[in-house]
Design a protein around this ligand. Structure first.
Ligand code: ADP
Ligand code: ADP
Length: 220
């Protein structure tokens, strides 16, 4: 079966006179690492938001496993996001008042895990992504690469089926960007984590199993 099966999906923002995503179809199988490439404004983020249950399409179907995200109400979309999807963003989006390990543990606490269990798992995953000595630091005290490692750990701590990454190396220098990419490749292979990643950079896309090129809301 497919992890993600997107059929004829269209999305237009209110007040706009063109579709941000215009009749897009693709399939991602479990464990696949798919890159979306294309210029700024071509619709990558919009497609990621739709596949990540952050927004609904105007038309078309988005199957995450057997669930059609296009048909879900807001509460059900929120549940899908919390339970089955992880997000990584360009600007990390860590909470500045929490330490790295507290940021990583947060999704588990929100899902009802005990603080002890959430902290144990967050430390274990933090070690795994290479943050061992930095886990008790605050985001402002660590490098961009370390912040993104923490954000990746936070995104996968609840074992999501799908990881959505929007320009995850876009705010990192090339060395840190390469190391974050290496981490995503390693997690994809070892956890069979399905990854959908948007990037402007062809060297980042080259690490994926497959690259979909977008232009004006469609695949080129
Ligand atoms: P990127 O090109 O890095 O993916 P953008 O600069 O296109 O990001 O968009 C950044 C954020 O601003 C996104 O969350 C997007 O949804 C929002 N955005 C982009 N264009 C508009 C717009 N015309 N009106 C309102 N929000 C927008
Ligand atoms: P990309 O991620 O490839 O930069 P986006 O998906 O952010 O592209 O944007 C696709 C198109 O939709 C652009 O024309 C952008 O300006 C527009 N857009 C994105 N978000 C919004 C929004 N919230 N409101 C209105 N227009 C938006």
């Amino acid at each position: 079966g497919s992890m993600l099966n997107v059929t004829s999906v269209t999305k237009r923002y209110s007040g706009q006179d063109t579709d941000a995503v215009a009749g897009v179809s693709f399939v991602a199988v479990p464990g696949e690492f798919v890159a979306l490439m294309g210029p700024s404004g071509c619709g990558k983020s919009t497609l990621l938001h739709l596949c990540g249950a952050m927004d609904r399409p105007d038309r078309g179907q988005i199957l995450l496993g057997d669930t059609n995200l296009a048909r879900l109400g807001d509460d059900q979309l929120t549940l899908v996001r919390r339970q089955r999807i992880g997000f990584v963003f360009q600007f990390f989006n860590l909470l500045p008042t929490l330490t790295l390990v507290e940021n990583v543990a947060l999704p588990l606490l929100l899902a009802g895990a005990s603080p002890a269990e959430a902290t144990r798992r967050a430390r274990s995953l933090g070690d795994r992504v290479g943050l061992a000595s930095r886990l008790d630091a605050y985001p402002a005290q660590v490098s961009g690469g370390e912040m993104q490692r923490a954000a990746i750990a936070r995104a996968i701590v609840h074992s999501p089926a799908l990881l959505i990454a929007d320009e995850p190396t876009g705010n990192l220098d090339s060395g840190n960007g390469a190391r974050v990419l290496e981490l995503l490749v390693e997690l994809n292979a070892s956890l069979r984590l399905t990854i959908l990643l948007a990037t402007h950079a062809s060297d980042i896309a080259a690490a994926a199993h497959r690259t979909l090129h977008m232009r004006d809301g469609q695949f080129a």
